[in-house]
Design a protein around this ligand. Structure first.
Ligand code: PLP
Length: 362
């Protein structure tokens, strides 16, 4: 079955008389003798969400309280004193987590350019884990996940791919050879900017069991309501990604022609650096784009003037969001005038008119 069908069918009850959707189960404890006992270990609502996400990604999903909780549990798989090779463009909070763990002597990290496959593989020789983002946030770079997976020593070096910006609708990293996929379900999977949720999807039951053990012992568990809403989000994931991708392309094409815009990054544009790898590895180009204005002040002014689009951090919701990622990392890798847009489900014409007005006024 195709992802759009799985997103609708997976994680449901199949018995006669059962509700079509598994209802949220609010419980900390279950009567003894059954499948569930204490709810820090498992909850039927988490399991419905995990079943659906696991089916979509082709692996075994373990839900966590946030994307970062899933990332932390996955890094716990690294033996004490182990070595991680991470993309220099990995999500900033993941880099901070790696730094903290390096400072406390638990592991060491080598940062690499994820687009230089040969250099990455050379650095990964003897490493315990390689950490990549399928589509970097906010850099929108796409590494050759399949070639990297093929070049790593299976069983020695685990490949972890953060697929938050692409979701299983665009890419299934496990099929390309990854060992664990990380999702911040806070973003596209939840899809409505009203919850925090994460997941790690493992290639094997053994890896999933290790992640589950970590979740139970650290208590990095998701809430019942959040996993229930997360599964509701999955039902429309394919539709939302499809709509967002289409509108993102339209906005990118308008922006390319705008005189105030220095550069546009959207992998769907033929000349974009991510176009070729994304076309090869993914089914579409996604709902996130970025463009650069000459100055930070100009970019901030656009954020202050949009009315249909909302100025806020985060991404992946039905509402289109704009932000200047450089405001979080002054003087860092991100260009100061860069604006990122996460495209939602509004009418594309309304979005462009809003952006055009804000650009003119700024
Ligand atoms: C948001 C995000 C995370 C962290 O997820 P939370 O749910 O906020 O903890 C990790 N990776 C990427 C790429 C993200 O965008």
């Amino acid at each position: 079955m195709q992802p759009a069908t799985l997103a609708v069918l997976a994680g449901r009850g199949r018995e006669t008389g059962e509700p079509l959707n598994r209802p949220p189960v609010f419980a900390s404890a279950f009567r003894a003798g059954g499948e569930h006992d204490y709810a820090r270990a498992a909850n039927p609502t988490w399991e419905a969400f995990e079943e659906a996400l696991g089916a979509l990604d082709g692996g075994v999903a373990v839900a966590f309280g946030s994307g970062m909780a899933a990332a932390a549990a996955t890094l716990d798989l690294v033996r004490p004193g182990g070595r991680v090779v991470a993309a220099a463009s990995a999500y900033f909070e993941v880099r901070r987590l790696l730094e903290d763990r390096e400072n406390s002597g638990r592991l060491t990290t080598t940062y690499v350019d994820p687009l230089d496959t040969a250099a990455l593989l050379a650095a990964a020789e003897g490493a315990d884990l390689v950490w990549l983002d399928a589509l970097a946030n906010p850099g929108l770079d796409v590494p050759d996940v399949d070639l990297i997976a093929a070049g790593l020593r299976r069983g020695e070096t685990k490949l972890v791919v953060d697929a938050t910006l692409v979701t299983p609708i665009l890419m299934r990293p496990l099929e390309l050879g990854a060992d664990v996929v990380i999702h911040s379900a806070t973003k596209f999977i939840g899809g409505h900017s009203d919850l925090l949720l994460g997941a790690a999807v493992a290639r094997t039951h053994d890896l999933a069991e290790q992640l589950r053990r970590g979740r139970t012992s650290t208590g990095a568990v998701p809430g019942t309501m959040d996993t229930w809403l997360g599964l509701r989000g999955i039902r429309t994931l394919a539709l939302r990604i499809e709509r967002g991708s289409r509108t993102a392309r339209e906005l990118a094409e308008h922006l390319v022609r705008h005189p105030a815009v220095r550069a546009v990054r959207y992998p769907g544009l033929a000349g974009d650096p991510a176009h070729v790898p994304m076309q090869r590895l993914m089914s579409s180009f996604g709902a996130v784009l970025a463009f650069e204005l000459d100055r930070a002040a100009h970019a901030d002014s656009v954020c202050a003037r949009v009315q249909v689009i909302t100025h806020a951090t985060s991404l992946g919701g039905v509402e289109t969001l704009i932000e200047r990622p450089g405001r979080w990392h002054p003087g860092a890798v991100v260009a100061p005038g860069l604006l990122r847009i996460s495209v939602g489900c509004e009418d594309p014409g309304d979005l462009w008119r809003d952006l055009e007005r804000a650009l003119a006024a700024a």
